[in-house]
Design a protein around this ligand. Structure first.
Ligand code: ADP
Ligand code: MG
Ligand code: MG
Length: 906
């Protein structure tokens, strides 16, 4: 049996992995190997595979440790050789970091441990060898803290609980009268270590492990264990990352950014992740280690002079102040910058994509610690793809694939109205961390953001800084405001990933969690007060500000052009008004796939006529009421057909149960009774009579038209007359009349006959004709099974996947709130089938429907008009089924166009 390889080395001519091995090595491990292969300065190390993580869960801890033992020891020996130091040695100790790294990047999801290998003796050796005791004790202090948090479980459960380590640090600062960690002396740090270890002993009852190998195994197992922690699970769910993937573990020789003023650590992007501009940018901190930059503890400095100048301009500070407060790496360490810039260029050319890199400078020497394709906003995603296409870095298909359809959503969403904005009062200025405009009421805690959002409130989550525990709250909020942190802070990175508006590091705002207050110069805002954020400028405003539609730029238009070039599916829209139709056309819809006529009956006076129709006791009464509705419907259709001139418009005949149109509350019942000249009692009896036990499966859809053919007649007449009137004006209407809820062939035949008969009547009256089609929704499971019969008489099918899903699962869509969340949490269902087509059941029925339908009539037009029409995964399925079009809400049209292109390219 072939030996399973679980450990892959990287560094100095011995690299065993490469970028293509991401599945096994995780993103971080694969790219560390790749950078080593490219000859870039990467500290040597090794990666334990993702498969091993899965083995940890199937075989158990002991078995996995014994499987790893020999390979890990030999890999450690390799690092020792490279670094000329010995793991666990007291004179010349090799220190390593232990880093998790899944296939897909999961920022901040799993914790890294730095400086592993230190103990009370090794720290002295390190101090002596480097001649820098402060550095040695700082490293040790950090190690005990991180190891305590991640491996020994010292980290508090909730952010509002006290972190024992932070408390010790604060105590020491108070005792010394200092405000920053950087002012600690070696003796202070030594004292902290002693107290940290005591805290560990007190809390866990066990001594802090001193033996390097024991420390290492503890850390490796903790990384495996973290794959199943709540934060990681939530992130995976939000980002649709499968649990089976597992995480790799990277063990890597430490390099030190905390050795003094010639050392530093930083993160950078090869292009601007917010705007897409081709500008090398990022942040660094002198004499710092690890995640200090993103933790928002100290304010980081920009990488380039350009970045520093822009910062100064934003903050309104002069050149002298800029040089003092935020000098760039380019100025502070010009040689290092030059090398970094060259590497940055090479990486982009190598990966053909914008890279997000992490580096450390140890005593003037640059080390690369990570590279990955950077997260970006929707706007940046489109601009980068189109720029890189123009630069010849990628081809058209790659450019189309580069943009995540869902991300386009951000571009299509509103921005603040200029007029409203000019009157708004700016109360603070932060960094433009993630673009977009948001108004909401202030909340200070993530849980609260969730609670309020559930109640339908719009909220802005305001925090000193955010951490992964805040993820749910950030998701629920309209926008995020933080007092601390830079452009690469947790809040900024995560918000950009979510496409949420975020302003970070708003200096001058004071957040008081206990009083639930936000103080700015000259103002006090309490929980529940309205504020507004502009994530593109970093401005924070008082109150609520009106928004207006986003404008689509040339890059966007170019992308859409490319999408249409490759897509096979057409994208239609669901629209009930001329206004929506126009919006959808602007977004590129080539037809209306679903025009719901019932929505028209709710406006203004129409509901009165509608109620009159429903309450009528006989045919005569109904006809009289329908006669009032006819001209209104005709006018609606004229408007819509005109907006969609030359394009098909699928009109669905009346679908919902009639009682939905009747009044529900007492006051309304009285009013309706008075208006229609019946007693309240009589009306109530009528409402009672119409009410149903299970309306979704009740008197609705074509069943209405079969019992009351006069409704179908009126609607057909309105549609055909509208088309004829437009024809007179030289406008081509292409009506397609759609019978809802067909499940039995005779139902369809019955309604089709009414439509055809009525149309002929109208043609005779007008002495003119128009072309039109008659088809049906396929939304009852039975309809998919007899699709061949229906197809013989229907011109088109449109899959109504909302009802089809509802009836296939037997889930009432209005009641799933009670159990679907549990289903998703427990993995009984992987995705909400109302958001993305169920690939096993519902899709199978659709396949049957398409095959039988097309088998009976080759020319049958087939589309889909459920919510799923705007879901990229579902669009992919529709492409595979060979459908003609998908139909979705106007704002999702570009998303569907792009998804359709990607499905065709794959
Ligand atoms: P994340 O996945 O959260 O980004 P990383 O594993 O990249 O976590 O670690 C976070 C940071 O820790 C890195 O950006 C780097 O600054 C620091 N770090 C990790 N490994 C080393 C190392 N071997 N030497 C120096 N710093 C390191
Ligand atoms: Mg991290
Ligand atoms: Mg990292």
């Amino acid at each position: 049996m072939a030996e399973v390889k679980r450990v892959y080395k990287f560094g100095a001519g011995q690299t065993e992995g490469k970028a293509g091995m991401r599945n096994e090595l995780g993103g971080k491990g694969a790219n560390l190997a790749e950078m080593s292969l490219l000859g870039m300065p990467v500290p040597p190390g090794f990666t334990i595979t993702t498969t091993t993580c899965n083995e940890y869960y199937t075989l158990g801890r002991d078995r996995v440790l014994s499987l790893l033992e020999a390979d890990v020891r030999s890999a450690i020996a390799f690092i020792e050789g490279e670094m000329g130091a010995k793991f666990g040695d007291r004179e010349n100790p090799l220190l390593v970091s232990v880093r998790s790294g899944a296939r897909a990047s999961m920022p901040g999801m799993m914790d890294t441990i730095l400086n592993l290998g230190l103990n009370d003796e090794a720290v002295l050796g390190l101090a002596k060898r480097t001649g820098n005791p402060r550095f040695a004790w700082d490293s040790y202090r950090r190690f005990v803290q991180m190891y305590g948090d991640v491996v020994l479980g010292m980290k508090p459960e909730s952010k509002e609980d006290i972190d024992p380590f932070e408390e010790i640090i604060e105590e020491r600062k108070r005792a010394k009268g200092i405000t920053s960690d950087t002012e600690f002396t070696a003796e202070d740090l030594q004292e902290l270590v002693v107290r940290f270890k005591k805290a560990v002993k007190d809390r866990t009852g066990r001594d802090f492990p001193t033996e390097a190998m024991e420390q290492l195994w503890g850390a490796v197992l903790a990384v495996f264990g973290s794959w199943m922690n709540d934060r990681a699970k939530l992130y995976r769910r939000l980002n649709k990352i499968p649990e089976e993937w597992g995480t790799a573990v990277n063990v890597q020789a430490m390099v030190f950014g905390n050795m003094g003023d010639t050392s530093a650590t930083g993160v950078a992007f090869t292009r601007d992740a917010a705007t897409g501009e081709r500008l090398f940018n990022g942040e660094f901190l002198v004499n710092a280690q690890g995640e200090d930059v993103v933790a928002g503890i100290r304010t980081p400095q920009p990488i380039t002079i350009e970045g520093s100048r822009r910062w100064a301009k934003l903050k309104g500070v002069d050149e002298a102040t800029r040089k003092k407060v935020a000098p760039s790496l380019q100025e502070v360490m010009p040689k290092v910058f030059e090398e970094l810039d060259a590497i940055e260029h090479r990486l982009e050319n190598h990966y053909h994509d914008m890279q997000d890199i992490e580096f450390t400078v140890q005593d003037g020497r640059l080390w690369m610690l990570q590279t990955r394709s950077g997260k970006r906003t929707g706007k940046a995603m489109v601009k980068m793809a189109m720029d890189m296409l123009a630069e010849g870095l990628i081809d058209e298909k790659t450019a189309v694939e580069r943009v995540e359809p869902e991300k386009l959503d951000e571009l299509l969403h509103p921005v603040f109205e200029k007029a409203a904005l000019s009157k708004a009062k700016t109360i603070a200025l932060g960094l433009p961390a993630s673009p977009g405009a948001a108004s909401g009421r202030i909340v200070f805690f993530a849980e609260q953001a969730e609670e309020w959002a559930e109640k339908g409130e719009k909220v802005i989550l305001v925090r000193l800084e955010t951490s992964p525990e805040d993820l749910r709250g950030m998701h629920a909020a309209q926008g995020i405001l933080t007092a601390r942190g830079g452009m690469t802070s947790h809040a900024a990175v995560v918000a950009r990933g979510m496409g949420k508006c975020c302003v970070s590091g708003a200096a001058g705002i004071e957040v008081d969690y206990s009083k639930r207050e936000l103080k700015v110069s000259g103002g006090l805002y309490k929980e529940g007060d309205w504020i507004s954020l502009d994530g593109s400028t970093g401005k924070v405003y008082e109150g609520q500000i009106a928004t207006s539609d986003a404008e689509m730029d040339a890059d966007f238009a170019h992308l859409m052009e490319l999408a249409d070039k490759y897509a096979k599916l057409e994208v239609h829209t669901n629209a009930d008004t001329p206004r929506d139709s126009k919006v959808a056309r602007r977004f590129g819809a080539t037809g209306i796939g679903l025009c719901r006529t019932e929505h028209m009956f709710f406006e203004g006076d129409r509901i009165k006529a509608m109620r009159e129709m429903i309450l009528a006791h006989d045919l005569k009464g109904r006809q009289a009421a329908l006669a009032k509705l006819l001209p209104m419907q005709r006018e609606d259709f004229e408007g819509i057909f005109e907006a969609m001139a030359g394009l098909p418009v699928t009109v669905r005949l009346l679908d919902p149960p009639l009682h939905e149109f009747l009044p529900k509350v007492e006051s309304q019942i009285q009013e309706v009774a008075a208006n229609s000249g019946v007693t309240v009692e009589a009306l109530k009896a009528r409402i009672e009579g119409l009410s149903e036990v299970n309306p979704m499966l009740g008197f609705r859809g074509c069943r209405l038209g079969i019992v009351y053919p006069e409704i179908t007649e009126m609607q057909t007449r309105a549609i055909i007359e509208a088309a004829l009137k437009l024809k007179k004006k030289g406008i081509e209407a292409k009506p397609e009349i759609m019978i809802p809820l067909t499940g039995i062939l005779k139902e369809f035949q019955n309604q089709r006959a009414v439509v055809l008969r009525t149309a002929e009547e109208v043609f005779r009256e007008y002495k003119d004709r128009v072309n039109f089609k008659v088809g049906t929704m396929i939304e009852i499971p039975r309809a998919t099974l007899i699709a061949d019969q229906i197809a013989q008489e229907a011109d088109f099918f449109s899959f109504g996947t909302n009802d089809l899903t509802q009836m296939t699962f037997g889930f009432s869509r209005d009641d799933i709130g009670k159990f679907l969340p549990y289903y998703l949490e427990q993995g009984i269902l992987k995705v909400d089938p109302f958001r993305s087509i169920d690939p096993e059941g519902v899709l199978e029925l659709m396949k049957t429907g398409v095959t039988k339908g097309r088998g009976a009539k080759k020319s049958l037009t087939i589309g889909i008009c459920g919510e799923h029409g705007g879901d990229p995964t579902s669009v992919g399925y529709c492409h595979e089924l060979g459908m003609d079009y998908v139909s979705c809400s106007p704002f999702r049209v570009p998303i569907a166009r792009l998804a359709a292109a990607q499905a065709a390219i794959r």
